[in-house]
Write a protein that binds this ligand. Structure first.
Ligand SMILES: C[S@@+](CC[C@H](N)C(=O)[O-])C[C@H]1O[C@@H](n2cnc3c(N)ncnc32)[C@H](O)[C@@H]1O
Length: 285
């Protein structure tokens, strides 16, 4: 019989503790939790409180308050509170748009290398989906691409950079791309590995979108920033979109999710169609 289960304390999050966690996650990641998210915070932080051997959220709060700003515990706190839901080929129409509109025009720009940034890459399904589409489009052409995949959450970055996924995911990946997956055998029969043709083109790195000044200027031809703006307040969405604009190359495309919009924010991006924006006014693609 496991006595630890019986010894586990009943943990309830007080309003004050919730407000502390809510403020800290907003300050550190821009994630703007509504007052209704008490249960979410309680369930996400409970495991950390138990792991640390603490007996209440208040003790965890006091523990965080004693930490230096750069203490690793703050990273673990952020990792617990991010929502990492993602899917292979999510919002598939974006991939069709790329192949049918954006890439044919980009090819005419005379550039030989497509520089892509996936700014909230989660566990990697999004940058690898992109990588498969681009690898297939560019094969047999004298063109190359690279993808920078970033996220604030170090756990998902580690998972993504491993490039290993359960075999059941095959059903979610269109068959023309199965050649970019190595199937496991023997002990690893239930797993798939992203093959080097795609994996070698993708680099995973930590980057916080709330950073004051992004380290890139005029660099990315294509930016995927999907299902992350939804967690930010309007001020932060504007900041992120303007920094992305600075990071983008002339004629670059920005893809956000269909549930997100920059329409009412008067940003520098030009609207192309719902969830697709362009740097520059002329509608070349
Ligand atoms: C819901 S997932 C979206 C994943 C993927 N883009 C998609 O559409 O499937 C949101 C991701 O944004 C990341 N995120 C949240 N705040 C962030 C920030 N300030 N900087 C970078 N990434 C952040 C989370 O860690 C999470 O992995």
């Amino acid at each position: 019989m496991n006595r630890a289960i019986f010894a586990q304390p009943e943990l309830t999050l007080s309003k004050d503790d919730f407000l502390f966690f809510k403020e800290e996650i907003k300050k550190r990641s821009g994630i703007n939790l509504s007052q209704l998210k008490t249960n979410l915070v309680q369930s996400r932080l409970r495991s950390r409180v138990v792991q640390l051997g603490l007996s209440s959220f208040q003790e965890y709060r006091q523990c965080l308050q004693r930490m230096q700003a750069n203490d690793h515990e703050w990273q673990l706190f952020i990792n617990q509170l991010t929502t990492n839901k993602t899917e292979w080929f999510r919002e598939e129409m974006h991939f069709h748009f790329l192949v049918n509109h954006f890439l044919p025009r980009w090819e005419k720009s005379g550039k030989a290398h497509l520089n892509v940034w996936c700014g909230a890459s989660s566990t990697g399904e999004e940058p690898y989906s992109l990588g498969m589409v681009l690898q297939q489009y560019f094969q047999a052409k004298p063109l190359s691409f690279s993808i920078l995949a970033t996220d604030i959450d170090t756990t998902v970055l580690q998972f993504g950079s491993n490039g290993i996924y359960p075999k059941v995911d095959l059903e979610k990946i269109p068959s023309p791309y199965h050649s970019y997956l190595d199937r496991g055998t023997a002990d690893i029969i239930d797993w798939l590995r992203i093959n080097h043709k795609v994996k070698n083109k993708i680099t995973f790195e930590k980057f916080n979108l709330t950073s004051e000044e992004y380290p890139w200027t005029g660099q990315f031809d294509l930016i995927f920033l999907r299902n992350v703006l939804i967690y930010f307040d309007e001020h932060m969405v504007r900041h992120v979109s303007e920094q992305c604009f600075k990071a983008a190359a002339p004629e670059a495309a920005l893809f956000i999710a269909h549930s997100e919009s920059l329409q009412n924010l008067k940003t520098s991006w030009s609207f192309r169609e719902p969830s697709v924006y362009k740097k520059g006014k002329a509608l070349h693609w």
